[in-house]
Structures are given as C-alpha cells and as structure tokens.
Design a binder for this molecule. Sequence first.
Ligand code: SF4
Length: 282
Amino acid sequence: MIDTTTIRVTATSLKAFDTCPRQYALLHVEPVPFKERLVTAAGAFGSTLHKTLADFIRKGGHQLIDSDGLLSILLDHWDARPFPGPDVELTYFRRAKEILERFHGDPCSTTLCEELGVERFASWLKPRQGMTVSGRIDRIVRYEDGVIEAIDYKTARDVLTPERMASDFQSLCYRSLLGHRFFRTDPTKVRITNLYLDSLTPVTVTYTRDTFTRHWQAITTTVADIRAANRAMSEGATLEEAFPERPGPSCRICSVRHHCPSGSRAKATLPEATRGQGAIAS
Ligand code: SF4
C-alpha cells in the first residue's frame, strides 16, 4: 500500500532525524513538552543573540540604533537562568558584547536596498512528493543588483565550507522556501549565506537547478526514512524500536536527553543544562 501521508519537515527536524532518530521522535512524534526540554548555556546564548539581532533590525538597524542601543537590546533579552553560574554567564555575556560591537561596526549593507523579512516564517503552499517544508529565516534582504539573500546567523564556531553548506539541510530548505516565496526571481539571483558571528565570516551558496536537484536527494531520502519509521510504529513497533538512539556528539546539546537512556547514562559527562524556561526554549 502506498503511504500518502504528508510529512511536515523543517531543516531542524530533518537534521534531528539524520543525527539521531530518537531525538527526532522525542521532539516530533511523542514530543516532550517545551517546559520539560533542556536548555544549555550555549543554546540560550545563541537564542538570545538571535532575538537581539532580530529586534535590532526591526527597530531600524544601523541607521537608527547606535552600538549602545544594540547593547541595551541585548540586556533586554538577557536571562541568567540557563547559565550554571556567574562565571559562565559572564564569559558568555562578554562574548555576546564583543560579537555585537563587531557586528555594529561592520554594517556591510551599503548595497542593501530592502529588508524583506526578519525571523520570517515561510512554508510550501502545497505538499510535493509527500512532504511540506517550512521554516523561519533569520533575515531576508534584497540588494541593489536584484539579488535576494537569506541570512542565517551562526553562533557555532565550526565554519562550514561552501561545499558542505551546499549539502546542508538548512541551506536546501531555505533555498526551496525562497524559491516558493520569490518564484518569479531568476534562480541565480537567490543565495543563502551563513554569517558566523564570532568572526563575522560569511559563507555563501548559490545553487543551479542541477546542483540543487542533486543535493535535494538527501532530503527525499531522509523523508522516506521518517515515513518508514512512522509506518513501523503504526504497524506495532514501539517508539524505541522504530526510532533508535544514536549517541554521539549531538548528545551534548540534546534538549531531550533526560528522556533517553543513552543521554541519561552520559549525564555526568555532558554540559550542564536547565529545564526550558518558556520563552528561552524557542
Ligand atoms: S541524548 Fe543522544 S542518543 Fe539520546 S536522544 Fe539525544 S542525541 Fe539521541
């Protein structure tokens, strides 16, 4: 029998399944409530910087807000609770301050002519190949030369090469979502950029139809695997059987590790985390 159920995915959910099927299941199949999910200091730091930059752009960005104003937006969003102690909090706060000072000092927007969206939600209008894709894009801009760019702010220090970025689920999903939203735009004029905030390093990918189709195959395969796991459960398998644990480096930042035997066993060796405090656990 052909399974025609539509699978709804985001870049994050695809990555979760690809990294560890159990993590995906605990987030999307039998989801652990938000208030129960864990927040690490690194996760809270990233979330706070994203909120700060989004507010900054919405309020007028470089043209209307000076660097002190940007730091005051940071303070509005800062929350000490996820940090395991004042020393750790201070280290992260100093890093956030340095990042924002550097970000403000380098507007890099002289040819930018239009802000098209900040933390903009986008979704396919109709399912295709049994799936729909949605996501929230940090920032979408249009330049004077007509190029449309989706910018994703990265607080990770691991800078992807353009080759790795081209096959990254997030770049592919963003490109697909931009294609749906700006479907009349020449595809060569749409690009995806990861901006690594610690060094203000941009890494950009522009797809051709061929490169996009080739890389998209990995998403089709992952959705087929999710469908197979869902089907196994509907045919009687337990969640544990259908979505096996796959312990690895991602356990360090896994928000549901206290619901997983591998994560619980490794607790002592993983970074401290607190239970999500509502807005932080975004
Ligand atoms: S703790 Fe590790 S093995 Fe367990 S769900 Fe999270 S990523 Fe998977």
